[in-house]
Design a protein around this ligand. Structure first.
Ligand code: CFN
Ligand code: HCA
Length: 540
């Protein structure tokens, strides 16, 4: 079932020849044959070519929809046209569960200033102030966040000034802050993640020092957004192991959890792309080390738990973790064996976001399926080429200078590949080099890696290699299915999930077996294309 290197070269030539010369030259750098040992240098995180039909979203989507969207008790006001607010209104299927009946939950509301032409001409700040007054009078929230859309930047409304003004006007200890996350600001969602991370750090993290309860093994989970209930499953697994989750950024989160997150002992980073800046800032400001985890796939969930056990080094915890893994793997193994009978040897392609195109390959591997081609929408080079995996670093907390710290040069530390000398130096510092973590080091030699896939390239991939399942988002779903190939949404999970953790793996096995092994896709041809039929004649 594998595609030969020659086949893939053919694909590249065919696609590139269709493009105008200049476009072909640019796209050439984003379409590569993989080599896991020495990953080739890929062009990533650059501007999309206009008109090419990208899968990407915007900076506003990355900030408001992705990072801040899943927090239930902040009133998130979109300053802009109503479409921006509507687009980011729970379409991601991020879930939340208030602990008591009186706990606030604003997630079912779509707050927006509904900007009109007159606001573009005369300015929208007054309308924004009025929206904040109204939201405060109706709900009395602890915090209000303002998100800028493209027109806000173009006309020059100052959301930060409005935030300060309204904080003073309302008084008390209400927290109001703005984000300059205009959609056009970056080349994709990725810039929005960065802006959101800086805002979280500046306005929320570190404000509540109280260590509640006498809890051991205090951890945060970063880059987990509770899509389809993923966070609920991971919360269940941690609780079963006796690991205490202080905060998740930001699945099923609250203001209080963010404010208290710096009391944790360890940060675990799940989606590095969207939250690495917070991990870095918390390490610098509070001395909290972070490790990379990947609880997508049952085996990688077990690996994550063992990493936590190894970090704390407590035999009681290590034993408990082994007991939980053994217990959970009974149902996982049964479900896997059942699905494997049908899925083994099938093929997949994954073109999603900035981490799932990598992480979900674990689940396909567990199903005996190979990934022919994959790529991110907005991953950076380190997400592709791999970062050094350093499992346990202990750092002393000596600085708490939260005001001053923002991460600006994210690629500096994550320089994709290290030289032999650099690796030796790391090891001399007592850090154990465990290989590289990234999409390319995990994928087979000769598989095709494509960044910011265009619609034309997608159609060609499907035509030439007919994968058994194609993974992408809502914009791609129905085009692909009309070509006779099932599409699994790895953003919203269609209507399914959770897919994280142990129970999530079982759900995924079942869902993939159902869609990739269904015979319905053979019925895609209209009857008149293959059958003889009698044509009715109109009687005149
Ligand atoms: S939940 Fe995450 S896992 S945060 Fe990110 S990079 Fe998006 S919204 Mo869509 S599904 Fe996707 Fe990732 Fe991280 Fe989601 S792969 S594109 S911005 N993403
Ligand atoms: C976003 C959110 C998105 C879109 C998914 C899709 C998500 O980028 O604004 O294209 O189907 O996960 O909901 O990535």
């Amino acid at each position: 079932n594998s595609v030969s290197v020659d086949d893939l070269k053919k694909f590249k030539d065919e696609v590139l020849h269709k493009y105008p010369k200049k476009v072909a030259k640019k796209r050439d750098k984003a379409i590569l044959l993989n080599d896991p040992e020495t990953p080739p240098q890929i062009q990533a995180n650059v501007r999309t070519i206009p008109g090419i039909i990208t899968q990407r979203g915007c900076t506003y989507a990355g900030c408001k929809g992705v990072v801040l969207g899943p927090t239930r008790d902040i009133i998130n006001i979109t300053h802009g046209p109503i479409g921006c607010g509507f687009y980011s209104w729970l379409t991601r299927r991020n879930q939340t569960k208030p602990e008591t009946e009186t706990d606030e939950n604003f997630m079912m509301y779509c707050f927006s200033t509904d900007m009109q032409d007159s606001n573009i001409v005369f300015g929208g700040e007054e309308k924004l102030k009025q929206a904040i007054r109204e939201a405060y009078e109706l709900f009395h929230p602890k915090a209000i966040a303002i998100f800028s859309t493209c027109p806000v930047g173009l006309i020059g409304d100052d959301v930060h000034r409005v935030a300060r003004h309204m904080k003073e006007e309302i008084g008390g200890d209400i927290n109001i802050f703005g984000f300059s996350c205009e959609g056009y600001r970056g080349v994709s969602q990725s810039a929005g993640h960065h802006i959101a991370n800086n805002g979280l750090f500046k306005n929320l993290i570190g404000r509540d020092d109280e260590k509640r309860g006498d809890l051991k093994y205090r951890v945060n989970l970063l880059g987990e957004y509770n899509i389809g209930g993923d966070a609920f499953e991971l919360e269940r697994v941690f609780e079963k192991c006796g690991i205490n989750l202080i905060a998740t950024f930001s699945g099923n989160s609250t203001i209080q959890k963010f404010e208290n997150a710096h009391t944790a002992d360890l940060n675990m980073v799940m989606c590095h792309r969207s939250i690495n800046y917070v991990a870095e800032m918390m390490e610098t400001a509070f001395g909290i080390p972070w490790i990379k985890v990947q609880p997508i796939g049952a085996d990688s969930t077990a690996k994550m738990l063992r990493k936590i056990g190894q970090y704390f080094g407590d035999q009681e915890l290590i034993d408990k973790i082994e007991e939980v893994i053994a217990d959970e793997m009974v149902a996982v193994t049964a479900a896997r064996e059942k699905a494997l009978k049908k899925t083994n040897g099938k093929t997949a392609m994954l073109f999603v976001g900035g981490s799932r195109a990598h992480h979900y390959q674990n689940l396909f591997e567990e199903l005996g399926m190979s990934t022919l081609s994959a790529g991110y929408e907005f991953g950076h080079r380190d997400d592709y080429e791999g970062r050094v995996v350093i499992p346990t670093i202990q750092i002393d907390a000596d600085s708490r200078n939260i005001e001053e710290i923002t991460v600006t040069k994210d690629e500096a530390r994550y320089n994709p590949r290290k030289t032999e000398e650099e690796l030796k130096a790391l090891e001399a510092d007592g850090m154990e080099f465990n290989g590289y973590e990234g999409l390319m080091p995990q994928m087979a030699k000769g598989s095709l890696v494509i960044d910011d896939l265009s619609h034309y390239e997608m159609e060609k991939l499907i035509e030439l290699y007919k994968p058994d399942v194609f993974c992408a988002g809502i914009k791609e779903k129905f085009c692909v299915q009309k070509m006779g190939v099932p599409l699994k949404q790895l953003h919203s999970y269609d209507y399914g999930g959770p897919y994280a953790g142990f129970k999530g793996a079982i759900n995924f096995y079942e869902d993939i077996e159902m869609i990739a092994c269904s015979t319905i896709w053979k019925e895609m041809k209209a009857p008149w294309e293959s059958e003889t039929y009698v044509e009715a004649q109109y009687a005149y």
